[in-house]
Design a protein around this ligand. Structure first.
Ligand code: PMV
Length: 339
């Protein structure tokens, strides 16, 4: 008798960078955040993941960039696959093969693109014909920010207020072509620690110990509204100061966490100061910085200013590489299971 055919699907997704940060979970079991967040999905970078459910496998396998992934990573992948198996009514184990077209340890967060790609590929391979919203709602169980990478352009993850989480979902705000002149100058630093920090634990430590967290939550609804409107109007002069204010607020709650979460390095601090100085000298907000739970920086600016800003920031010693990225497309299935 021929072996039962296994079902396979491939999905591609890109990393995103948050302009308003997700930091704190109000319901761990349902993965519901305290506050809404807004991000930009980036172009050119992507994770491509193939999931094959195979009845002959005795356990899940996970290959990352051509090598067997560490047991911890396999554990997180299996947890998401367990959710898919329960929903699809199958016990089959899966072979997961994932590649990033950017170095995994480069500091460009790969967990958002990784879990978005895994959720997209696993649900399709299991025969679930899910909407992008449902795929996104699943992806957030792997990594919260992954729910935003299912969509392209400018994306909002709405925290919602319902205890059952039905009003918690990501949705596209504006497409990737909305603001053609906007650029993200990504600065990858030499002195950044290589290891990706596990944010899920760190953020809950902030929630329970930072005396600044409550104030941040009070400020966020107004800031979210202002940032949404500045993006809608493609207004760099309003947006750049707002994303720096938001980044500084995020950093403050991290630094006042006990024990403190100190993500920046000497180089990143020098670069933040340089961005502030160049804006002050120009007498207008030429650029706006942001960073996640790591030392690498994203500097938003307009295409006409890229050359001058890049030349100036490169004078700060310690930049390993700089990339100029644009808002990019959302996740997509590139290979569907056979009917
Ligand atoms: O998605 P996680 O669990 O890795 O947490 C992401 C946290 C930040 O990157 C700091 C903010 C965000 O909204 O992406």
């Amino acid at each position: 008798m021929p072996a039962a055919p296994f079902r396979t699907a491939t999905y591609e997704a890109a990393p995103n960078i948050a302009l308003v940060k997700y930091w704190g979970v109000r319901d761990v079991a349902l993965a519901l955040p305290f506050n809404s967040s807004i991000s930009v999905t980036l172009d050119r970078l992507r994770t491509r993941t193939t999931v094959s459910f195979d009845p002959s496998l005795s356990r899940d396998t996970f290959t990352l960039n051509g090598r067997p992934a560490p047991p911890k990573a396999l554990g997180s992948v299996s947890e998401l696959l367990d959710r898919v198996r329960a929903l699809a009514g199958t016990d089959d184990r899966a072979a997961v093969d994932s590649t990033n077209n950017f170095p995994t340890a480069s500091g460009l967060a790969s967990s958002a693109s990784g879990f978005a790609a895994l959720a997209g590929a696993a649900t399709a391979a299991a025969g679930l014909r899910w909407s992008p919203r449902k795929v996104s709602q699943l992806a957030r169980f792997g990594s919260g920010s992954a729910c935003r990478s299912v969509f392209g352009g400018f994306v909002e993850w709405r925290a919602g207020t319902r205890p059952d989480g039905r009003d918690c979902y990501a949705r596209p705000l504006f497409g990737e072509g909305h603001w053609p002149a906007l650029r993200d100058l990504v600065l990858l630093l030499d002195d950044a620690p290589e290891k990706e920090v596990r944010s899920a634990v760190a953020m809950q430590s902030t929630v329970s110990t930072s005396p600044e967290y409550a104030r941040r939550q009070e400020e966020l609804p107004a800031r979210l509204g202002r940032i949404r409107r500045a993006i809608a109007d493609r207004d760099a002069a309003r947006l750049f100061p707002l994303i720096m204010e938001e980044c500084d607020s995020f950093r403050l709650v991290c630094e006042t966490t006990r024990p403190p979460l100190d993500y920046l390095t000497t180089t990143s601090r020098a670069l933040l100061a340089e961005v502030r100085a160049l804006n002050a000298e120009a007498g207008r907000p030429v650029a706006g910085y942001t960073h996640d739970a790591g030392a690498h920086l994203h500097v938003f600016l307009l295409d006409r200013d890229v050359g001058a800003v890049r030349r100036r920031l490169r004078k700060v010693p310690g930049i390993r590489e700089s990339l100029v990225l644009r808002p990019g497309p959302g996740g997509r299935l590139t290979k569907r299971p056979r009917p």
